[in-house]
Ligand binder design. Sequence first.
Ligand code: PLP
Length: 425
Amino acid sequence: MQLINIKHPEDRVSFSQAVLQGLGRDQGLYFPESFELLPDVPMLLKEDFVSRSALILHHLIGDEISRSRLEQIVASAFDFPVETPALDHSVRALELFHGPSLAFKDFGARFMAQCLAEFHDGGPMTILTATSGDTGAAVAHAYYQQPGIQVVILYPRGKITPLQEKLFCTLGGNVHTIAVDSDFDACQHLVKQSFEEPELKRELGLNSANSINIARLVAQVCYYFEAAASVSDVRQTVFSVPSGNFGNVTAGLVARAIGLPYKRIIAATNANDTVPRFLDSGEWDPNPTVTTITNAMDVSLPNNFPRVLELGSRHGLPLRSLLSSFSLDDNQTRVAIRELYARGYLADPHTALAWAALDREVKEHEEGVFLCTAHPAKFLEVLEETLDVVVPLPPELEAVRHEKILSSTIASDFDALKQELAALH
Ligand SMILES: *Cc1c(COP(=O)(O)O)cnc(C)c1O
């Protein structure tokens, strides 16, 4: 795979370079220079999820990872099911939350962890990342027990839910969690400061496992094919994706660029509606970020959006007919949670929002698939207050709810973080 830096198209890198570096010069995103069509999509759709995903990723990445090695990587990264239950004759859920952190981010984080381990030159490697909740769990589980890799995750003390904390701060081993006595921005600032110290960076082999890493994106292309394998007519299928940073939508568009012939895709956002307004007016006019009940989508500067535009301009996807975007507010989201529940489906708020956008937009002769990005139990507070039900915990949460939190606590102070990091080696 040959990639370019979108900001400096003359900067070309291989897949392994892009994975190891994360971002290019001037914070430019790496993106494939071109896409080739898959030779036989109908054949591919007959394969099982893991074999098919290995074929798709081999098609995208090329020979930098051998076919047989890639099959092993995919089998261990995607070692949990993807379910596609039908809601009725024309609408399906694409359930992406059956992994260890109960959110779709497991696909990208686990595949990226395997790729880093593969490309890692044997020196020290430390994944240092800040989380406001969900990403931390996906990253922690993805690198847990990976030989030679240490993981350090900073989070704002008392500002993530107790169950979120249990999900990744009870692992131990190579996963080190640090509760910072401040907010998420302070955590992010501490991570940035660490990356600005060349000596620290070299000694620990720091890598951020950032969400814009190309490895995370290509992994997410695979499950669009799983949905396509379950519908009766791909060509009439409309996807609806709950969107924040627009990585998931980008992956869906990449699936189209390599030949998955679905009809169109909806990016459903919450009140943070920079993209829907941009598609309406042509003006990029972000407002300050607002807090909603779909907090994983509280993003007003979606960092993957330049890749979406690139898919239109460089790769020729007909974005005008292919991509639409709608914003739904918290009230509409709660109505959607209730309506889905009345139809027998308990959905987390992000998922319900995507379903509501689909329900509004899908036409008579079309089929709809909405992406289910988190397990309902991850957002049980919102569901219990909206539905007046008790949400049962899945085994992953039941298993850790009484475990001891292993985090250390520090003030929002770089020297304190350095002391913690020094203890790693
Ligand atoms: C991260 C996340 C999203 C948003 O996905 P993007 O790829 O950033 O658009 C949606 N729902 C949930 C539950 C998430 O964790």
